[in-house]
Design a protein around this ligand. Structure first.
Ligand SMILES: *Cc1c(COP(=O)(O)O)cnc(C)c1O
Length: 317
């Protein structure tokens, strides 16, 4: 059973400001940042009846890698369903996919005759789950994720106390929005219990499916609008995993700070963060001059394959 030591906070210059970077990517060599937090519950809890975990998502997902490591540590089997494994990836296993194979994951393609979505296919399988099987929603979007994320939230509060900050804007890019929402909920609950607790505004942006999708995710995770993070947008929509010169350039810019960021979420995150820091929105009650912390959520294991895609796309021209 593992407890994670607090991850370090570093500084970098961005948009002509000093910002803090919470290096949650350094949480554990075998876990990628926020998935380690989300699955931490299953490292802490005994779960004597469980021998097998069933998950699903993309064959390149950070959660595949982290689930594979987790199940291996616990001596459980992992069945992980994917829509399709690209033949290029099958022939050249790399990144999260390779590491999951090395950790003994069974990566299973959805049968060809199945026309329903991967999500409903696995949800259907879950209905006949055996007592020894644990089904985990895509990307760890479930209440289990709260316990590890609350430990992360507490680390941030402790850091604020040590450094005498009373307010903080915490920025992180979202997929399902689970990380952002559970963090915002934690900070709000803390402050409701104790007025002396620092104020943390969680700011995020949508990297998958747009702002309406993200708002819907928030509603499904919590009915209480006070727990919903603020969505920052510059008005552009970025399609998940799509290669954009603008994203690549932002990635190069932030990596020049000496910290390696990842290539799916962070470029969009920093584009939106720059917008937030350089535009004060009239009538907005969030102060963009307050101290800012960027949460590095890991995922750099996927960088070599994304970089190879960028090279193929832009060097061919
Ligand atoms: C999974 C992931 C996210 C998205 O997290 P959500 O909780 O789904 O919003 C962001 N960044 C990285 C690196 C991730 O692996």
């Amino acid at each position: 059973i593992i407890m994670f030591a607090p991850t370090p906070v570093e500084t970098m210059t961005f948009a002509q400001r000093e910002i803090f970077v919470k290096r949650d990517d350094l949480i554990h060599p075998d876990f990628s940042g926020n998935k380690a937090r989300k699955f931490q519950y299953f490292l802490e809890k005994e779960c004597p009846e469980i021998t097998k975990v069933v998950g699903y998502g993309s064959a390149q997902a950070n959660s595949l890698h982290s689930l594979a490591v987790l199940t291996k540590m616990r001596g459980w089997q992992l069945d992980y369903y994917v829509d399709h494994i690209a033949s290029y990836l099958q022939q050249n296993p790399q990144g999260n996919y390779l590491s999951a194979l090395e950790n003994g994951a069974n990566i299973i393609e959805k049968p060809e005759h199945v026309t329903e979505s991967l999500d409903s296919y696995v949800t259907e399988l879950a209905k006949s789950a055996l007592a020894n099987e644990l089904y985990i929603p895509e990307g760890g979007r479930c209440e289990y994720a709260a316990s590890g994320l609350e430990q992360l939230g507490q680390q941030i509060l402790d850091w604020m106390h040590e450094n005498h900050y009373l307010t903080l804007n915490l920025f992180l890019p979202s997929g399902t929005g689970t990380t952002a929402l559970f963090l915002q909920r934690f900070f709000k609950v803390k402050r409701a219990e104790d007025e002396g607790s620092p104020e943390v505004n969680v700011l995020t942006c949508s990297c998958v499916g747009g702002n309406d999708y993200l708002r819907l995710q928030f509603k499904q995770l919590s009915e209480n609008a006070l727990h919903h993070p603020r969505i920052i947008s510059n008005g552009s929509k970025y399609h998940f995993g799509k290669l954009k010169r603008e994203c690549f350039e932002m990635w190069q810019r932030v990596c020049a700070s000496g910290i390696e960021f990842e290539l799916l979420y962070d470029p969009v995150g920093f584009i939106m963060l720059e917008h937030f820091l350089t535009h004060s929105i009239v009538g907005d009650n969030i102060d963009n001059t307050a101290p800012l912390m960027y949460l590095h959520q890991g995922g750099v294991l996927g960088n070599p394959s994304m970089l190879a895609r960028y090279k193929r796309k832009y060097q061919a021209k």
